[in-house]
Ligand binder design. Structure first.
Ligand SMILES: Cc1ncc(COP(=O)(O)O)c(C=O)c1O
Length: 432
């Protein structure tokens, strides 16, 4: 093992033996080498006369730049587009995102949490979590309504064992099922929470989130070591006053010495910038004496994994996101888009609950995000999907035998009623 990795491991273990035990073999080996990037960072601070460390071409103080490449980016300085960004991301952007986290999540003002680390989208954040913490055979626990890509990330790529529990109990989140699954499992579990949920569009109430936290603490008290990952991809798109607007991360950070929390989020859905590939990974350390020590060590490991995997994330994307965050108009622009999505969700809720459809489907509770799910009756979900596509040109996602996912994020309000009418008709046709 590299001495730098050992040093980071000692720092993590000195603060939280439970977080140390959560690390995968790969996670223990990870460190951020004192190589070119480290030396460049030092030189950037200290090399006032000549700085010959940067692996870039420069002209005077500016990077060498091709006009044809940057002329249309008239508000982003070339240097903020073509230069390498630091492996952990642009510091101004990381600070701006941290401030946003504090504004959006009042509970975080009482907690210790790290400086967000820039990832190439949230999927990259999930994969980095895997690098640090997931060993072959480890358990990844999720509600049974889940984004299928988690299986690819953890089961297929890393050999983890994905276990699920029923997502709903009646019309709410199945806190009891979660508590049971945590209690009965192995000593180490990665719990993955995704609210607003893909595919169901459900966000729990504050009381339910408090129940989740109680279940986590009870398991931790009994000696389980937990890594709780909050995939907050759809953060901010909560359409009902009952659903908890802030992230569960704010209640989970520092909650117990055996619980390490991670928040994954990003510009992808929150700023409607899917292709920019700009996400963030933020640690909420366990309760320990010197959380800054463990935060620094974990960050070095993540940055080592970024450096060894993709080197760094797109600087242009980071600059675009930063300039958006610094723009006073952004709050109003986001509010406008939020209202559009909220109106669609309300329309969907009204239409799908109509008596005429009671014989065709049950509706999984939803109150947020991009999606909702139907549990269709008397037909196979995949058959229905193909039937609707072939006969009516209607595209839905089938999930398992019974469920179909409808993305109201990409439906105009006036398309909602005709769409569900066709789904109903398709079900009747297949049954006949
Ligand atoms: C729950 C969830 N997490 C993460 C992602 C992926 O985000 P990104 O495009 O930033 O990788 C998605 C995208 O569909 C998602 O639904």
């Amino acid at each position: 093992m590299h001495p730098l990795a050992s040093e980071l491991n000692e720092q993590i273990e000195s603060q939280s033996s439970s977080t140390y035990a959560l690390l995968s073999g790969r996670g223990r080996e990870l460190y951020f080498p004192r190589g070119i990037l480290w030396q460049t960072a030092e030189a950037n601070e200290k090399a006032h006369l000549y700085n010959a460390t940067i692996g870039e071409a420069t002209e005077g103080p500016e990077p060498m730049v091709l006009d044809s490449l940057v002329s249309h980016l008239n508000t982003i300085a070339p240097a903020d587009a073509v230069r390498y960004a630091p492996a952990a991301g642009k510091m101004e952007l990381r600070k701006a995102w941290r401030e946003k986290l504090l504004r959006d999540n009042p509970s975080l003002s009482q907690r210790v949490f790290g400086m967000p680390i820039v990832t190439s989208g949230i999927t990259h954040g999930l994969s980095l979590v895997g690098d640090l913490f997931v060993e072959e055979g480890d358990r990844v626990l999720l509600p049974d309504k889940l984004w299928g890509n988690y299986r690819l990330t953890y089961e297929v790529r890393l050999g983890a064992v994905v276990e699920t529990f029923e997502a709903y109990a009646g019309s709410g989140f199945n806190v009891v099922g979660l508590a049971r699954a945590l209690r009965s499992g192995p000593d180490k579990t990665l719990l993955l929470l995704n609210f607003p949920n893909n595919p169901t569009g459900y966000t729990p109430t504050r009381r339910e989130v408090e129940g989740i936290v109680e279940a986590v603490v009870a398991a931790a008290e009994s000696g389980k070591r937990l890594l709780v990952v909050c995939d907050d991809a759809y953060f901010g798109l909560v359409f009902s006053d009952d659903a908890m607007a802030e992230s569960a991360f704010g209640l989970l950070a520092n909650i117990h010495r055996n619980v390490c929390a991670i928040k994954l989020d990003g510009a992808t859905k929150e700023l409607f910038a899917w292709g920019l590939r700009c996400g963030f990974l933020t640690f909420g350390p366990p309760s320990c004496d010197a959380p800054d020590t463990i935060l620094r060590a974990l960050e070095q490991k993540i940055v080592g994994a970024i450096r060894g995997g993709i080197s760094n994330c797109s600087h242009l994307s980071q600059s675009l996101v930063l300039s958006a965050l610094e723009n006073d108009a952004i709050a109003e622009e986001r509010a406008e888009k939020y209202e559009i999505l909220k109106a669609r969700a309300a329309k969907v809720a009204e239409v799908v609950a109509r008596d005429t459809y009671a014989d065709s489907w049950d509706v999984y509770p939803f109150n947020s995000g991009y999606f909702m799910c139907l549990r269709v009756k008397g037909v196979d979900a995949e058959q229905l999907r193909v039937h609707l596509l072939d006969n009516y040109g209607v595209g839905l996602i089938s999930l398992g035998e019974h469920d179909v996912r409808v993305a109201f994020s990409c439906l105009e309000c006036e398309q909602i009623e005709p769409l569900f009418d066709l789904v109903h008709r398709g079900i009747q046709e297949l049954r006949a």
